[in-house]
Structure formats: C-alpha cells, structure tokens
Design a protein around this ligand. Structure first.
Ligand code: ZN
Length: 471
C-alpha cells in the first residue's frame, strides 16, 4: 500500500519528522508489511530512499534503492566511516529544494534484514550518501540541518509521448528533439505495404524515431490493453499527436497531467478531418494554416491553443503546401508546448457553427468532370497532386493529369465544342474545353507509363484536335 509522505511546512506534521525513532525489537510480520509499504511508497515517488518517520511511523527502519536493487534495513547503524564528499541531495519530505551536504564517502552499516538476520553493508559514493541521509531521518535530522547551501530543485522536464505516422509528422518530431523537449516514446502505425511494388515499409515517423534512438511501438489498435499499458509505462506528462491515423480513446487523453495536443493542418474549425490540405486547395481557399488544439474525444473539435494562417500560392500543389505547413506547424507545436509547460497556454473553444469537413480522399475524388469551369478543374489537379492525382480517360484508357493551367479568356476555339474536347495539341500542351474556359494540360501520365510533358506524350499517342477526353 502506498502511504502518504510527511512533508515539512506544517509545524504539526514536521514534528513527526523531528522526533528520534525507536529501535525495533522483533522483525515480525508487521515490520515486514511496513517494509513492503515503504518500498512501494518510495518507488511511486521520485526518490531513492525512504525512512519510516517519513510515513509517520516512529521506528528505525529504512529502504534504499539507488538503482542496484532494493535494500531493506531495520535498526541500521553506521559503524565505520571513511573520507568526505560534498554533493547535492534532496528529500521526499522537502519537495522543491536541494542542499549541498558534506557526507562520508564510504560507510559500513550494520542492521537487520527483513528476515531478522544481521546484515552488514559496505557502501560508497551515492549509495553511502543515501544511507546516511535515511539514517539521519531516524534521529530526526533533515538534510536542511547539514546543508552548506540550499536552493530550489530544478524542475523535471515534462515527459512527452509522440503519436505520428507520415512525412507530415517528421518535422514536428525533429523540432521537439531539437528544442530539447523530452520525448520518452513514439507511437506510430504498423509497417504496411506501400507504393507500386507494395513493399512493406516502416512509417516515416518510425524511421525518424529510430534515428534518434527513441523507443517505438506500433500497435494495430491503440485501444488494446497492452498498447495502453506500454504508453502508461512511459509515464507521460503530455501527449503530442501529429497525423497519427488512429483515434485516441478518452482514457488515454485523460492520462497525462498536462493533457494531449494535436497539430492539425488547417485553420480550425475549418477543414476538420483527414485531408485538410487537399480540400483547402480544391475548394479554392486563398489561405489556410495550422492549429494546435487541446484534444477532446470528438475529432478535431478541441479548444484552440495556437493558430497561424498561411497563404496558399496561386499555383501551389497539395504536396508543396504540405511541406510548408509541416515546417510552420512544427515551429508552432514547439512554441505551444513551451507555453503549456510554463502554464501560460490559453484555450479558445472552436466556433461549431463555422466547422467544415475535409473527408478522407479516395482515387475517385480525382475523376475530372470537364463540364466544370477550368479554374475549378485546375484546383482539383493541384489539390490532388501528388496523391491520388486527378485523372480522365483518353481513347478508353486512364490518363493522369499532374499539371495544368487555365488559359485566359473563353477561347474562340471553344465555341461550339463539347466539354472534354481537345481544341489544340502541340509542344505547349493539350488545350481542353471545359464548362467555362480552356484548360491547358502540361504534364500527364498514361496507363502504365511515366509522367511526362504533354508535348512528349503526344508524340507517342494519337490525340489531336477534335478528340474528346473523359468519354
Ligand atoms: Zn529524506
């Protein structure tokens, strides 16, 4: 059972720490139970030792673990000392302070083990210091009484667990590490078949995490008990989520004391969902941005902590915008976490009435409807580059369109022509009639071929003025 640790500050409680403790007469069952509670209490707290008075028990019993295993001692006594050493130490009963204390560098301690048998321990350096500190407690002495100087303990840096999967999340992970934020573990999606050859590849975040020697887990479901246990074992103070690809359960969001934060590639509440960058271009936005939200169980509906607007370039593709937002977002994320850690982050609820959605893309989103205006088709092509790529059909076979540009003016050639009809074909490209204006195709990719300039494509394919696309 974990016991409450008595702390200095309240004079009534402090008296417990200041009275000398009594020797144990028999190492019996109740003493062993007490030792067990003391060890459990010590391990649950950020300490390397604990004396019975610290949990309000007036007995000469201590436990110590400096990393080499648990040492339990009843009626400990220092019988030999050698040398001196000056160093800083702290105490679970004196939180927030450390003191510079001179101790013996080596000690021999005599006492009784948990089974009641006599025990001698030879200790040096940090282990010797810990034993002297704990034995002092049995005489009502605190390190404060011996310290040459006392100062505020450095605050432990918050422990972050990072959730992310694709390229978009890599600059964020790297920015956290570059800013000396303590990332204690990384959660990413399992390795999956990718690309044309369907080779099984690790997610980009896994590669980056391994380069930084960070522990990585790849649960098929983050809701599984073993995944949650692995994350809990990292003892996170804060979760950071960047394009992870799984919904985090409520219990996980509530686990860390500083909360969970998500970097989303839009100006929330606009473009909630899986593909905000693509949809912002496809819908003709002039600006988008990045948002860090405090996560709640409803997807992308958390309070906004920080937000930055980013203009969309007139000819920009989703791939280009993705790379810019990943960098801007990484900087925003670090800035936000610094504010959260300093207790200076504010939260603004999202305006639900302004929410729009950016659903997951499928290949079918890329089918070009030539009856739409040229500017709209151009946005579709840019918004789906590099994935899934807009397409039409030419002579019954699929034709991917990588790059195009709307031509100014309606174009005389378009008069009387049906949408999808080619009105000019040459080195400059393929001019196609749309519902409003001409769209010039600049870079295309035929079925089974590579992407190439439209002029080059024309040399190998029989497409000419009068042919019709998308039939
Ligand atoms: Zn102490």
């Amino acid at each position: 059972m974990i016991r409450e640790i008595v702390k200095v500050g309240d004079p009534e409680r402090e008296r417990i720490l200041r009275r000398p403790s009594k020797a144990v007469r028999h190492v019996n069952q109740s003493v062993r139970a007490l030792l067990k509670d003391m060890a459990e209490t010590m391990y649950a707290a950020p300490g390397v030792g604990l004396a019975a008075p610290q949990i309000g028990i007036n007995k000469r019993i201590v436990v110590v673990d400096v990393g080499d295993g648990l040492v339990e001692l009843v009626n400990p006594e220092i019988v030999e000392r050698e040398g001196t050493a000056l160093d800083w130490e702290g105490c679970l009963s004196v939180p927030g302070l450390i003191g510079e204390v001179e101790r013996s560098r080596r000690v021999r301690v005599k006492g009784l083990a948990a089974d009641g048998r006599p025990l001698w321990i030879d200790a040096e350096d940090f282990f010797a210091r810990a034993l002297q500190h704990e034995i002092d407690h049995l005489d009502g002495v605190l390190f404060l009484d011996r310290a040459r100087t006392v100062r505020e303990a450095p605050k432990p840096t918050p422990r972050v667990v990072f959730f992310g999967t694709p390229e978009f999340a890599v600059p964020s992970l790297r920015a956290l590490l570059a800013d000396d934020i303590t990332v204690v573990g990384v959660v990413t999606q399992p390795d999956r078949p990718q690309g044309r050859g369907l080779a099984v590849l690790p997610p980009p975040v896994k590669v980056a995490a391994r380069e930084a020697d960070l522990p990585v887990i790849q649960p098929a479901s983050v809701r599984a008990a073993d995944a949650l246990a692995a994350i809990a074992a990292w003892e996170p103070d804060c979760l950071v989520v960047v394009a992870y690809g799984q919904i985090l359960p409520k219990g996980l969001l509530a686990m860390p004391r500083l909360g969970a934060y998500n970097l989303h590639a839009s100006l929330l509440p606009k473009y909630r969902g899986a593909a905000p960058i693509n949809w912002a271009i496809m819908r003709g936005e002039r600006e988008t941005g990045v948002t860090v939200q405090h996560m709640v169980s409803k997807l992308d509906a958390g309070d906004i902590v920080r937000q930055v607007a980013v203009p969309i370039g007139e000819r920009e593709t989703a791939g280009e915008l993705h790379d810019r937002l990943a960098e801007v977002g990484a900087r925003l994320l670090v800035e936000t976490l610094r504010a959260v850690f300093a207790g200076k982050a504010t939260r603004v609820p999202q305006d639900e009435t302004q929410a729009t959605y950016a659903p997951l893309l499928t290949r079918d989103h890329g089918r070009i409807d030539w009856a739409r205006p040229a500017v709209e088709i151009d946005r579709l092509i840019r918004g789906l580059n590099p994935w899934p790529v807009a397409f039409t059909s030419a002579g019954g076979r699929a034709l991917k369109i990588w790059r195009a540009e709307p031509l100014p003016g309606a174009g005389e050639a378009a008069v009387g022509a049906a949408p999808g009809q080619i009105v000019a074909a040459g080195e400059d490209g393929l001019d196609v009639v749309t519902g409003d204006g001409i769209l010039r195709l600049l870079e295309v990719q035929g079925e089974g071929g590579r992407r190439m300039a439209a002029g080059e494509y024309l040399r190998g394919h029989r497409l000419q003025a009068g042919s019709r696309l998308g039939e």
